[in-house]
Design a protein around this ligand. Structure first.
Ligand code: A2P
Length: 403
């Protein structure tokens, strides 16, 4: 029997169409040509995939890292038609699973089966009160063309990092976004092999109604990376230049629209972009919201902190701010997780409410430190962090976007 007709449970490698930015990296990487695409989706051929996992790390979004245990493999036609991944079907716990080697895929498969039995579902969940996002309206074949209307340096002249605020105007093109979503940018030209550059993903830093209310534009927070093709292209853009844009992307890292929602936001560097959008949306649309917002923001020094000046002017009543600086001469190195511990009582109070949402955005390295800080804070407050985090994830109240 071949992989599509056997009924024994088997792993199937799938790509999440809600997160995939259609950059073609996976298709280029796959050594056995198991990945293909149509105008709608990128998909994995179950008959060809040998679970080598070569495609996993190059994927810029993590959309490639999805697995289901199936008794009948999803066909290419089914996958082409999806707007979202199917939920994991119920498979007997401990069932022998067919499939090639690949420890990461095995772990993920075991987790999915266990979660299906617990009714959790293996998928991140958007906040219940979030708006319905539009995704994948524009792609490489048919990008939206935006015009640059602003490019300002956000970091101090003396800062190590050149971080820029870029404003893109969509003119007559409808490009609907929600706070927390991202867009793709296509740098013009080709790489050393003559292939078009990969699409790069950037979080939107403005609220849904534009950088200025009711403008058909959006803002990005972009750090110039040494040798980075796309970041240098964007950071060098001038007013009037046009840019090819894909997306919008992202269906779960979204702002709750419930005015009673409390929001804990933890970020480093350009990870602050979505939280600028969140804060500005609350300020504009729900100035008297009963929900509270708290920000932990890590940077090397104040001079390196994007939006430092404007952030100082945001009233503490709207946004409780905790800055963590790691490289201020004469001061101890401080990370966001240290500031969380210092504000333990406040954080514990937030976590005690089922209206509280947690968002992490920025360096991947901070994930474990932040998790330990939450665990310590919860231990002192008599809260079971492991259980709370699992509940918050399942309820769309815990969101991580790191790189
Ligand atoms: P560090 O001074 O140790 O690099 P960057 O400016 O490179 O984008 O980094 C943003 C901030 O995140 C810096 O203050 C950096 O500190 C800090 N950082 C680095 N690693 C971690 C980590 N594991 N947890 C929390 N913050 C971190």
């Amino acid at each position: 029997m071949d992989a599509t007709t056997s009924t024994a449970p088997k792993k199937q490698h799938l790509i999440d169409p809600e997160i995939c930015i259609r950059c073609n990296t996976c298709e280029e990487t796959c050594p056995v040509d198991a990945i293909t695409h149509d105008e709608n989706n990128y998909v994995v051929d179950a008959e060809k995939c040998n679970f080598c996992l070569d495609c996993i790390s190059p994927c810029p979004t993590g959309s490639i890292d999805n697995w289901r245990i199936v008794t009948k493999s999803y066909s290419l036609e089914e996958q082409f038609s999806w707007a979202e991944l199917p939920v994991q079907e119920q498979i007997a716990l401990g069932a022998a699973i067919e499939g090639g080697d690949g420890e990461a895929a095995d772990d993920e498969a075991a987790r999915l089966i266990a979660e299906a039995h617990l009714g959790v579902g293996g998928k991140s969940v958007a906040p219940a009160s979030a708006g319905k996002p539009r995704i994948n309206l524009f792609n490489r074949a048919a990008p939206a063309i935006a015009t640059v209307t602003g490019n300002f340096r956000l970091t101090h002249d003396a800062a190590d990092n050149d971080v820029r605020h870029i404003i893109l105007d969509f003119g007559g093109t409808v490009f609907p976004v929600l706070e927390g979503q991202s867009i793709g940018i296509i740098a013009p030209g080709t790489d050393k092999d003559g292939k078009p550059h990969n699409i790069r993903l950037y979080s939107i830093a403005s609220p849904r109604d534009g950088e200025k209310p009711n403008a058909n534009n959006l803002a990005l927070t972009v750090k110039r990376e040494p040798g980075g093709v796309c970041s240098n292209y964007i950071c060098d853009l001038r007013k009037g230049d046009t840019v090819q844009v894909t997306g919008p992307f992202g269906a779960t890292f979204l702002k709750p629209d419930d005015p009673a929602a409390n929001i804990i936001m933890i970020c480093t560097g350009t990870g602050s972009a979505p939280f600028r959008g969140f804060t500005e949306r609350r300020r504009r649309a729900m100035r008297d919201a009963p929900g509270r917002m708290m920000l932990f923001f890590g940077a090397r020094r104040p001079e390196e902190l994007p939006y430092f000046g404007p952030l100082q002017k945001v009233p503490e009543g709207l946004l409780r701010k905790h800055f963590a600086y790691s490289r201020v001469p004469g001061e101890p190195k401080t990370y966001v997780q240290d500031k969380m511990r210092q504000a333990a009582d406040e954080v514990a109070l937030f976590l005690g409410s089922d209206k509280t949402h947690v968002y992490l955005c920025g360096l991947k390295g901070m994930e474990s430190g932040v998790d330990e800080a939450f665990a310590d804070i919860c231990r002192s407050a008599g809260i079971d962090w492991q259980q709370l985090r699992a509940d918050m994830r399942a309820q769309g109240r815990y969101h991580v976007e790191t790189y």
